[in-house]
Ligand binder design. Structure first.
Ligand SMILES: CC(C)(COP(=O)(O)OP(=O)(O)OC[C@H]1O[C@@H](n2cnc3c(N)ncnc32)[C@H](O)[C@@H]1OP(=O)(O)O)[C@@H](O)C(=O)NCCC(=O)NCCS
Length: 342
């Protein structure tokens, strides 16, 4: 049977899914074990999270990992991701990072427990709880797996709750051109000065006329999309979005209307292009616009010297996971965000 040490590792679970003619029916599931409690276990499978009551588990065991990144690679990528999404209020517990941004997004309002906290684990978690209490907000901790699995075990024992898994995915740059993935929309790119992403449009088929503009600051329209997606836009959010030396805000216009957005950053000693806030208006989806936005940001990233791209996507966001898979992204590691009990 499984133990807490198995959290963060690949396992196979044989479940009893029914009974026919007095005999049990089995089904096997393969994935990364992200949570194990007395009553259930949660697997991150290729098809999304799977929560299995332990009463249904016939057998479960660890299986050899697929090609796994080294702990150093996970740390380097997590640090590049932190630089790409910089919380304005920060602290440290040894190597652990503490981040706060008026509650805007989990990533910017959670501790990142990688490296040595310079004190016993339980004392480090106490310190995290104290720091967030001083900020007047709930304590949250992001645990990249399997690296920070022991931290997750400590938090589970304290009654913290885990949000659904987030996949950290990577792809080599340059990305395949949209034309090699599928038929591209006719599109162009325009580099603009601060916040001056203006409208441009074409005459042909409505969505084919998209023009993607990269600006060094977000327009008000771009910020409105971000606010809609992330639930408001406190002052700290502007800091998170813009306080990166190398950043571009993609604006995709059709007939003068902003229909697609995205954000690119280059961090991690210039190696990593980070993609975030990729979003297309509902009426304009499945027309290749997201692909086009990502293509333009990736081309900029390459010109800025980046050699790999990364992004974070919630595992249950099937549309986005399908999009990224199409572009060659694969999961590098996963993380769980845990929240302290109130
Ligand atoms: C995810 C999202 C950005 C995709 O935008 P889009 O412009 O519709 O994507 P594209 O048209 O460029 O899709 C390219 C490919 O991705 C895959 N894809 C995109 N949406 C999909 C969906 N809903 N279901 C399955 N596959 C999908 C397909 O392979 C698609 O190619 P196809 O249409 O030829 O089959 C859009 O659904 C969206 O804005 N969602 C809400 C915001 C969000 O979740 N952003 C991602 C945060 S990480």
């Amino acid at each position: 049977m499984l133990r807490q040490q198995d959290v963060g590792h690949r396992i196979v679970v044989r479940r009893i899914v029914g009974i026919r003619e007095g005999r049990p029916l089995f089904s096997d599931a393969l994935g990364e074990l992200v949570e194990l409690s007395e009553t259930h276990l949660t697997l991150a499978t290729a098809h999304g999270p799977l929560r299995v009551p332990v009463t249904q588990v016939h057998r479960a065991k660890r299986v050899p990992p697929t090609r796994r990144p080294t702990a150093a690679a996970v740390v380097a990528l997590e640090r590049a991701a932190d630089e790409a999404w910089p919380a304005p209020t920060r602290g440290r517990i040894g190597d652990w990072l503490l981040r706060s941004a008026d509650g805007w997004t989990g990533r910017a309002n959670s501790a990142l427990p990688i490296g040595d906290p310079d004190r016993p684990l339980a004392a480090a978690v106490d310190e995290v709880e104290r720091w967030y209490a001083e900020q007047g907000q709930p304590a949250m901790i992001n645990t990249p797996l399997p690296l920070a699995a022991p931290v997750g075990t400590e938090l589970d024992a304290r009654g913290w709750t885990a949000r659904p898994p987030t996949l950290v995915q990577t792809a080599p740059l340059p990305l395949p051109a949209p034309s090699s993935v599928d038929t591209p929309p006719a599109a162009g790119r325009v580099e603009l000065a601060d916040g001056q992403a203006g409208a441009a449009g074409g005459q042909a088929g409505r969505w084919e006329s998209v023009v993607v503009e990269l600006a060094t600051a977000p327009s008000e329209g771009w910020l409105a999309v971000a606010a809609g997606r992330k639930g408001g836009l406190p002052d700290a959010a502007r800091h998170v979005l813009t306080a990166v030396d190398q950043v571009r805000f993609a604006h995709g216009y059709v007939d003068g209307t902003l229909v697609a957005v995205g954000r690119g950053t280059v961090t991690g000693q210039g190696r990593w292009l980070g993609l975030s806030l990729i979003e297309v208006s509902p009426e304009a989806r499945r027309q290749g616009l997201a692909r086009q936005v990502i293509h333009e940001l990736a081309a900029w990233g390459v010109s800025a010297g980046a050699t790999r791209a990364f992004l974070q996507v919630e595992q249950h966001n099937t549309a986005a996971v399908a999009l990224y898979q199409r572009l060659g992204f694969v999961t590098h590691h996963t993380y769980l965000t845990r929240v302290a009990p109130h």
